[in-house]
Design a protein around this ligand. Structure first.
Ligand code: X2X
Length: 356
C-alpha cells in the first residue's frame, strides 16, 4: 500500500513538473520586434505602445523587445519580410512599402496618384481590400494586424519648387529599393536613387541626392527635414500604411488567450499610432482623439504645415490641373502595376473606393 501511494505521488509530481515545464516552454525568453525607425517617430511610439500593452496584459510573460533603427535586418529594410517569414524576426511593425517586393498585393497602396484623402484610405482599411491584404500576408506565413500608418508621402528637395512633372526632370530622388518607385520616378523624368533608410539621412546631408519622399508627420518632421531640404510639395501621391506582423509559427504557438491579448493590443497600438500620424492633417478628429485621451504623446501639432513653414520650408500644394498632369504622366505605371497586383484585388479596390 505504502509503495502504491509512493508511486502515485511520484507520478503526480512528474505530471505537475511536466505541465509547468510545458507551459513555461510556450513562451520564448524574448520576442524580437523589428522597427525601421526610432522611438521618436509615430511609428516607433506605436511599437512601444504595443510592447507595453502586451507586457501589462500577459503579466510580463510575453516579453517583446523592439529593435529600432532596422537593427535586425542590418539596414536592408527590403529583407525584413523574408526574415519574418523565416522566423529570424518574430514580429515587426512595418510599412507595406518595405514588404511589397515580396508581397506584390501590397503595391496597391503605392499606385501613384490613385488616392487623395483619408476617406478613401479609411474605406480601404475597413473594406474588402484591407481584409484581402491581411489574408494574403497570413497565407505567406505572417499573421498581420492593421492599420497604423506612416501617411501620405510628400516630396521634399533642395533645388526647386515642384508643381509640374518638368520640375522633377533630372532630380535625384532617394527611394526605398522597391520596384514600383523606380517606375513612377522614371515616368516623371526624375532619377530615382535606391537608398536604405539607415543611410538616407547621411545621403541628404552630403547631397548624394537632391530630394526624397516620406510622410510629413511620420518621418519628415521627426527627422527635421528642413535641415536638408527647402521645398516640399504636398501632393499625396501615394499612401503608406503600417501593419503589425507576426511569424505564423510564433503566432500558432500562443494559446488562444494570449492570441486575443496580442490581437487587441496590436489594434489599440496601431489606432493610437494612426492618430499620431494624422494629427492636424485630417478634419481634426485625430487631434481631438489624442486630446480627449490625454495622449498627445511624442509631439503635438495643431497645424504641422504651418510648423514646417515656420522652419523655413517653402510649401507647395497642387491645383486640380497640376495634379492631373502628374496623374497623366504616371498612367502607364498604374496600368502595369494593376496587372501585377492582379485584377481580382484591383476590382475589390475600385469597389471600396466607389463614392469616396
Ligand atoms: O525608408 C523610408 O522611406 C521609410 C522610413 O518611410 C520606410 O521604411 C518606408
Amino acid at each position: 500500500m505504502k509503495k502504491k501511494l509512493l508511486i502515485l505521488l511520484v507520478l503526480t509530481l512528474m505530471l505537475f513538473v511536466n505541465i509547468s515545464v510545458g507551459s513555461a516552454a510556450e513562451f520564448k525568453e524574448e520576442y524580437k520586434l523589428s522597427v525601421v525607425v526610432g522611438p521618436g517617430f509615430p511609428w516607433g511610439a506605436g511599437a512601444e505602445r504595443f510592447v507595453e500593452l502586451v507586457e501589462e496584459r500577459t503579466a510580463g510573460k510575453v516579453n517583446i523587445k523592439p529593435y529600432f533603427g532596422g537593427k535586425l535586418f542590418a539596414g536592408k529594410q527590403t529583407n525584413e519580410f523574408a526574415m519574418l517569414q523565416q522566423g529570424q524576426i518574430d514580429m515587426a511593425i512595418s510599412s507595406t512599402i518595405n514588404w511589397s517586393s515580396q508581397v506584390k498585393e501590397l503595391n496597391v497602396f503605392s499606385l501613384p496618384f490613385m488616392y487623395q484623402g483619408y476617406d478613401q484610405i479609411d474605406a480601404i482599411y475597413s473594406g474588402k481590400t484591407g481584409e484581402y491584404i491581411l489574408n494574403t500576408l497570413e497565407k505567406k506565413g505572417v499573421k498581420a494586424f492593421g492599420w497604423g500608418e506612416n501617411g501620405f508621402r510628400q516630396i521634399t528637395n533642395s533645388k526647386r519648387a515642384i508643381t509640374s512633372p518638368d520640375d522633377l526632370r533630372g532630380l535625384r530622388v532617394r527611394v526605398v529599393g522597391t520596384p514600383i518607385f523606380f517606375d513612377t520616378y522614371n515616368a516623371l523624368g526624375a532619377r530615382p536613387v535606391s537608398m536604405p533608410w539607415g543611410s538616407a539621412i547621411n545621403g541628404f546631408k552630403q547631397g548624394v541626392v537632391d530630394g526624397q519622399e516620406n510622410p510629413l508627420l511620420g518621418v519628415e518632421i521627426p527627422v527635421k527635414i528642413w535641415n536638408y531640404h527647402t521645398h516640399i510639395t504636398l501632393w499625396n501621391y501615394l499612401f503608406d500604411p503600417l501593419v503589425i506582423g507576426i511569424n505564423k509559427d510564433v503566432w500558432d504557438n500562443f494559446d488562444s488567450k494570449t492570441q486575443n491579448i496580442i490581437e487587441q493590443s496590436a489594434k489599440e497600438a496601431l489606432e493610437y499610432e494612426q492618430m499620431l500620424a494624422r494629427m492636424g492633417l485630417d478634419d481634426g478628429s485625430a487631434l481631438n482623439y489624442l486630446k480627449e485621451n490625454n495622449e498627445e504623446g511624442i509631439f503635438s501639432f495643431e497645424d504641422p504645415i504651418k510648423f514646417i513653414e515656420s522652419k523655413g520650408m517653402k510649401v507647395n500644394t497642387l491645383s486640380a490641373a497640376q495634379y492631373e498632369a502628374f496623374k497623366a504622366k504616371t498612367e502607364p505605371v498604374r496600368a502595369k502595376w494593376r496587372k501585377i497586383i492582379g485584377e481580382e484585388l484591383y476590382q475589390i479596390l475600385l469597389k471600396d473606393l466607389e463614392g469616396k
